[in-house]
Design a protein around this ligand. Sequence first.
Ligand code: HEC
Ligand code: HEC
Length: 195
Amino acid sequence: MRAPGASLAVVILFCAAALPAAAQFRNGRPARPDVTLPLGPVRSVILKSCTSCHGIDDLGYHALDRAGWSDVIERMKTTPSGVVTGAAISDPDKEILLDWLVEQFGPDTTPFPREYMPRELSEADFLNDEQAESRLAGTCEACHGLDRVDDMRANEEEWRAILLDMMGRGARLAISDVEPLVEWLARTRGTNPSN
Ligand code: HEC
Ligand code: HEC
């Protein structure tokens, strides 16, 4: 692999980069969803109709079908708790928003867990390289290359925070796959400079 000196420098750099996510976990709080404001027509709908009251990160907590998202929007229109006037959104704008919501946070996506408790692994959970790599390729490459993963060195807690962070950004990883991947990542891309 790399020369030992170079790899140590890289390890230190990437540990520093991983700290914010991991720090959240050390305080006993899981990472939060972090939803990026989309581009295109839906962007202005969100800015016009939603963000006057709150950000869009919490959308990541939900995985709803069109009817479910429609109910949420209707609830926002008719004074959600704590506000006097509800959200203003036209019917055409609502359809634009629904298209995006169902695409990003539809029933086949994994909602960001509000409370995440790492589960114990059993013998059958341990992944070999091939299994782990195919699972990562199928999930992570929707947004970026696996070089991000290969370049990162992090301990178990930090990898857990990274995976939950990615899920909050829309990575479609099944909850049951999180701990097996955390174990594999910490084993093969851990903070021990020799790996
Ligand atoms: C007038 C203020 C206001 C506007 C505009 C507004 N919301 Fe809300 N929203 C709230 C309040 C207050 C809550 C929390 C109380 C509740 O859920 O009723 C909330 C809660 C939510 C939640 C639940 C959060 C969670 O995870 O518990 C979602 C999802 C949501 N809003 C989506 C939207 C969307 C999408 C829009 C744009 C169409 C929107 N909101 C516009 C006031 C607003
Ligand atoms: C929905 C899009 C999306 C998916 C899917 C996704 N990521 Fe990411 N990932 C991002 C974004 C955006 C960043 C850049 C974050 C930043 O720079 O703040 C990132 C950055 C990273 C980083 C670097 C983090 C750092 O602190 O430098 C790692 C490691 C990573 N992703 C791992 C993964 C893994 C593992 C998966 C698959 C399980 C995955 N990502 C899937 C969006 C995604």
